[in-house]
Design a protein around this ligand. Sequence first.
Ligand SMILES: [Ca+2]
Ligand SMILES: [Ca+2]
Length: 262
Amino acid sequence: MKVASLGRTAALSVMFSACAMPAFAQSTTTLTFEGLGNQETVNQFYNGGTGGNGSGPGTNYGVSFSANALALIDSDAGGGGNFGGEPSPDTILFFQSGAAATLNVPAGFTTGFSFYYASPVSAGTVIVYDGPNATGNVLATISLPTTPNNGAPDPTGSYSPFLPYGVSFSGTARSVDFGGSAGNIGFDNITLGASSPVDPGDITCASEGYTGTKLTWCKNICEKGYTGATLDTWIHRWINRYRDLPYCAVEGEEGPPQEQPK
Ligand SMILES: [Ca+2]
Ligand SMILES: [Ca+2]
């Protein structure tokens, strides 16, 4: 079956920028690529900087990407992406040149990682290195089987569904190639520090490891369904005490997710 490419080709301007390297927090970190533009280079978006077109900055995880790594927005959301069923709508990671989009974590990470991917045309390959920019020793090489196409409509997109995949390795990883056929494989929800895929719907205050007051306040913000002034009050209390945001409020600092009917 012929499957059109994942995204339309576009001329790209690529920009590198040097950044200080923050210590990478050794906890689970999920890259959703939300907040980047269509066909925008991810660049330093997760490294205290911005994407290639100036989006961001995103959360500073100490993670940067190779120059060919692009965000792609679902055509159903106004972008050029021919995909559906991504775990965090509407933006994914892909590449149109080279053999892989390379993720760099200079401070290193251990244990494993997980991600979702769609690759209905050809198999993919993920390679884990102990050096930066796909150098050093190979810690793991994983072949990704092709995925089904034309899954559940969302409402359109051949590159659907996205399937979860987990990788474990020994040692300290400093870069990962997310590879396959250029323009024919997409990735989303890359989660570092956990070898089992995390379903966004499974994240709760309890699963985040909060206890005591922090657990109660997290529930008030994320899980009680509060809105308006009540919600604002809890968010301000949280920020004043913890200087960050609970899981449901981190992405773009939006309000908590609406309760999904089960
Ligand atoms: Ca779609
Ligand atoms: Ca996403």
